[in-house]
Design a protein around this ligand. Structure first.
Ligand code: HSE
Length: 404
């Protein structure tokens, strides 16, 4: 029998215990031995919970117990998760985590400790919740040079944009509805401002290129400025507005960003709606690969953590190497990347058409029946050139990147 301890008995942590309990027999077969939850660390008590006798409040009980071989970290945040995870790894315990902030910031260091100790640091659930994407990235796609990763990496914002599209509602009322239904946090900033997706694309890009991508270096734009009128234009184009976390290799340059983008039904992520996540990867040999499923939620996320526990159990004293050096990957500033833009201007066509033609040349005019506005899509233009041309226009209501 192998002993596991869980740090944090919130949504995901309790899901991990539930998955280990519900699927105990099949997990034992796959792991080669029974997996027992020995301790659950939380600040709170859980009277009446079937596992209340396992709850402890002192981390030292776990880190100092030589019978605990695997630790699950589902606390979230960097403090104190980082100190706890590092101490567990240094004590020779493999760690499986769902914590994207921790992995994005300290992944390289924690992997190095795991390697030195011949144990494992696994984090399948940190990106895409229950979707298998980390292990495919670090194992199955090793024959490829990754040319592109584009992901709908945040369930909350995908739900909001999907509802704005199907119901024609504005951002604020859909956000409130999402909060009432428990999809969006009371403080939704990390989701709607794109910070959550930014951590996730930082992790995927670090794994794709084997070096540290600092999430602070990634251009990040959320969905708070997307309006029901933008959605109306997207519909007129047969397009959808999504928020992508993406990285692209163009020659020796690697660009990464989080931003809303218009895609049409030719894009593989067009049909990824509601709280689902989808991740599109392009390799230079395999071509296009897609990953789709539940990117958040108690049991999907717990399922990925438990798969890591099984993998850790099967490789108790063997490190499975993951190439992620602490050396920083220098991203190229996206101002040098080329992109098409959808642009809305205030005023009529008569007031704007000549000016737009002079500044942008030939454009694709978009008519969604919105009065006193002139909207168009540019040809590919460098981001920095677009910024100065938009300033020259002087009456931009909104602009959204276009990927078709
Ligand atoms: N807030 C995140 C989301 C949870 O909405 O996708 C999963 O990381």
């Amino acid at each position: 029998m192998l002993n596991v301890s869980v740090l944090g008995y919130g949504t995901v942590g309790s899901g991990v215990v539930e998955v280990l309990t519900t699927n105990r027999e099949s997990i034992a077969k796959k792991a080669g031995q029974e997996i027992n939850v020995k301790y659950i660390l939380d600040l709170r008590d859980f009277p009446g919970d079937p596992h209340e006798d396992k709850v402890v409040h002192d981390f030292n009980t776990i880190v100092n117990d030589a019978d605990v071989q695997i630790v699950v970290e589902t606390m979230g945040g960097v403090k104190p998760a980082y100190d706890f995870v590092k101490a567990c790894l240094e004590a020779g315990k493999s760690v499986c985590t769902s914590n994207k902030e921790l992995v994005a910031k300290h992944g390289a260091e924690l992997l190095a400790i795991a390697k030195e100790k011949s144990i494992n640091f696994f984090f399948e659930a940190s990106v895409g919740g229950g979707i298998p994407v980390i292990r495919p990235m670090v194992q199955c796609l090793n024959g490829d040079v990754i040319e592109e990763i584009s992901g709908i990496l945040n369930g909350t914002t995908n739900y909001i944009l999907s509802k704005m599209t199907t119901e024609g509602s504005d951002f604020d009322s859909v956000l409130k509805d999402a909060q009432d239904k428990g999809y969006a946090e009371r403080n939704p900033e990390a989701d709607v401002e794109g910070y959550d997706a930014c951590r996730k694309i930082a992790i995927l890009t670090s794994l794709a290129y084997g070096k540290q991508v600092d999430y602070e270096d990634i251009y990040t734009e959320g969905i708070t400025k997307i309006t029901d009128v933008d959605i109306k234009y997207a519909k007129a184009l047969g397009a959808a507005i999504k928020i992508f976390g993406s990285s692209k290799k163009v020659g020796e340059h690697i660009y990464a960003k989080v931003a809303p983008v218009m895609i049409n039904n030719a894009h593989p992520l067009y049909s990824v709606n509601d709280v689902f996540n989808g991740i599109f990867v392009k390799g230079n040999m395999v071509g296009d690969v897609m990953f789709y499923g539940s990117g958040a939620g108690k049991l999907p996320t717990a399922s990925a953590v438990v798969a890591d526990v099984v993998e850790a159990a099967k490789n108790l004293h063997t490190n499975i190497p993951v190439i992620w050096d602490s050396e920083k990957l220098i991203l190229t500033d996206i101002k040098d990347a080329s992109q098409r833009f959808f642009v809305r201007l205030s005023g009529s066509a008569a007031e704007n058409a000549d000016k737009v033609a002079r500044i942008f040349g030939k454009v694709q005019v978009v008519d969604a029946g919105v009065t006193e506005e002139y909207a168009f899509i540019t040809d590919e233009v460098k981001e920095c050139e677009f910024t100065s041309k938009a300033e020259e226009l002087g009456n931009v209501v909104s602009r959204i990147r276009v990927d078709f």
